[in-house]
Design a protein around this ligand. Structure first.
Ligand code: HEM
Length: 222
């Protein structure tokens, strides 16, 4: 053990906490090293890794992105054409968004077909559904940010669809758009939702999701 770690551990006694977090046996039916079909049990972990990559690439994109109608499009082209590794970062973030949706969906299918949503894991299924909505929300709000024609019209159509939801639809659409049409306020709102509200929600939901997975253990095979 390094001297620095010993110094910290003697003062904060972190080892028991780390041992509690890391020392647990993965059952054979969920361990791909023991059983090939167990790769399905990795979909949740892979989703998590992709989301971490999204967080990291997103933070680097934010260094250059400007969320205003005058500069958004130009700042994205600047990232793609001028910034060192900008095209790589932007592409990773763009492809990662689709990969996250696909992986989370595959993870949900695994949970569904192994009937892992049943008692006592109902609450974790509900947390999962909320996580899926958050991941879709990231995709929807992120799509507007390049502020090109495709982004503008996709958001116009998307918000119009939300508007058709009975009772609350009109209110939610107005809140998202910040007016009657997609415009400057919409861009600011989508940006803030994308980089502040949704990440905060994601972290809280992931903490609850992982806490429940550790508390209840992985479900048994059928
Ligand atoms: C951000 C998206 C998500 C992440 C990062 C995530 C991550 C994980 C991880 C790492 C596990 C441990 C077992 C495994 O990997 O299969 C797990 C278990 C579980 N997840 Fe997710 N999950 C997400 C979304 C969802 C969704 C959309 C659902 C369902 C609607 C869901 C429901 C569950 C349930 C019920 C378990 C317990 C499964 C069992 O005990 O076999 N999760 N999740």
């Amino acid at each position: 053990m390094s001297k620095i770690w010993l110094f910290i551990d003697r003062r904060l006694n972190l080892s028991p906490l780390l041992r509690e977090m890391a020392d647990h046996r993965i059952p054979d039916h969920a361990n791909p090293l023991k059983k090939a079909s167990a790769f399905m049990y990795c979909f949740g972990g892979i989703s998590f890794l992709i989301l971490l990559l999204q967080l990291l690439t997103g933070m680097f994109l934010m260094l250059y992105y400007v969320p205003s109608p005058d500069h958004a499009y130009a700042s994205v082209s600047y990232i793609k054409n001028e910034v060192a590794f900008g095209a790589l970062t932007q592409n990773l973030h763009r492809v990662g968004a689709s990969a996250a949706v696909v992986m989370v969906f595959l993870h949900m299918l695994r949970v569904y077909f192994t009937k892992s949503y049943k008692n006592p894991r109902e609450l974790n299924w509900i947390a999962g559904v909320l996580l899926l909505l958050v991941v879709l929300g990231f995709g929807f709000t992120g799509y507007l940010l390049p502020w090109d024609q495709k982004a503008y019209w996709a958001t116009t159509v998307g918000v119009n669809i939300i508007e058709t939801v009975p009772w609350l639809g009109g209110f939610i659409a107005d809140m998202l758009r910040g007016g009657d049409e997609v415009g400057a306020l919409t861009l600011t709102r989508f940006f803030v939702i994308h980089v502040m509200f949704l990440p905060a929600l994601l972290l809280c939901l992931l903490a609850a999701h992982f806490f429940m997975v550790r508390r209840q253990g992985i479900s048994h095979p059928l």
